[in-house]
Design a protein around this ligand. Sequence first.
Ligand code: FAD
Length: 335
Amino acid sequence: MNIEDYHGVWVFLEHKSGSIVPVSLELLGAGRRLADKRGVSLAGILIGDGVKPLAEHAIAYGADCVYVYDAPIFKYYRTESYMKAIIAGCQKYKPEIFLYGGTSTGKDLASAVATDLATGLTADTTMLDVDAETGLLEASRPAFGGNIMATILCKKDRPQMATVRPKVVKALEPDYSRAGEIMEEPVELREEEIRTKVLDIVRFAVQRIRLDEADIIVAGGKGLGGKAGFEMIREFANTIGASVGASRDAVEAGWIEHHAQVGQTGVTVTPKIYFAIGISGAIQHLVGMQNSGLIIAINQDPNASIFQACHYGIVGDAFQIVPLLTQAFQQALGK
Ligand code: FAD
């Protein structure tokens, strides 16, 4: 492999229900910065059935060019078909850096592409930079239980790939006057070449607001002592219109579903207000919520680490404080 042959930054443009997902727009912002630092172009790759109209949004959010693989074979996400389109694009255009959102689709796809292209992939990145001279992508992520940040380099192979957590980088303000190129790529893939067949799509009605999109989160930890403690904070959350989050220890105790876990191995959140109730403030939890606008902690241990990370701290028993807060908000809001 001649590394000098590889140029440009690419972003996989994941889409859902006819829109590019937020993390892909965020990555166009991050990719723009990397591409400008390197003096190269930023491209998006869009795969799907009837997705070409989305390309103009990617240009507005910072792409110079969008490669579109638009065909019925891409109607549903399947690892094999999407992977083959990406590999065709990489072999033809040789990008030096390739970014994916850290969603279930992005993680699935990136690992398949990295394996097939025999290149390096840094998973779950929380910070990105590039060395302008060498072109080495500096992909940083928590390592060794979150105690250090490791910056991972891929020196010998291209493209240098990373999946990036949602909400750790910012999207640019869209500018629909930006000019860019939309390249319709040929699709030679045949259905017989794809082993996975989608027989049916079963949709579940999801009532809750996704944690990574919530403006207010009330999160509980081991200090809540059990499911009853979570009922208590759920009542508070419902009163103030918040979503409920949790520490890993509370999830592992079976007090709340896994999707509520905030932190290194859970969701990264940046709500306007984050209540941490009965949570000690371990680094693995903090990395998932420390960028929240306002952090309010309730803990009975005045030396708990969460008090180093919060804006307001209440030292005391959650079982006394939370019902008082619920009552006060119910009165104030006339509920
Ligand atoms: P504890 O540390 O047990 O803290 C409970 C707190 O509740 C204490 O501070 C106590 O003073 C307080 N308390 C007790 N009773 C009351 C009361 N009545 N009122 C008020 N306060 C009270 N953790 C995560 O959260 N998310 C992750 O994604 C995550 N990933 C991890 C990945 C790895 C590789 C590893 C090794 C660990 C990970 N952890 C994660 C676990 C993390 O290290 C901590 O163990 C965990 O966050 C602790 O959860 P906690 O704060 O609920 O429990």
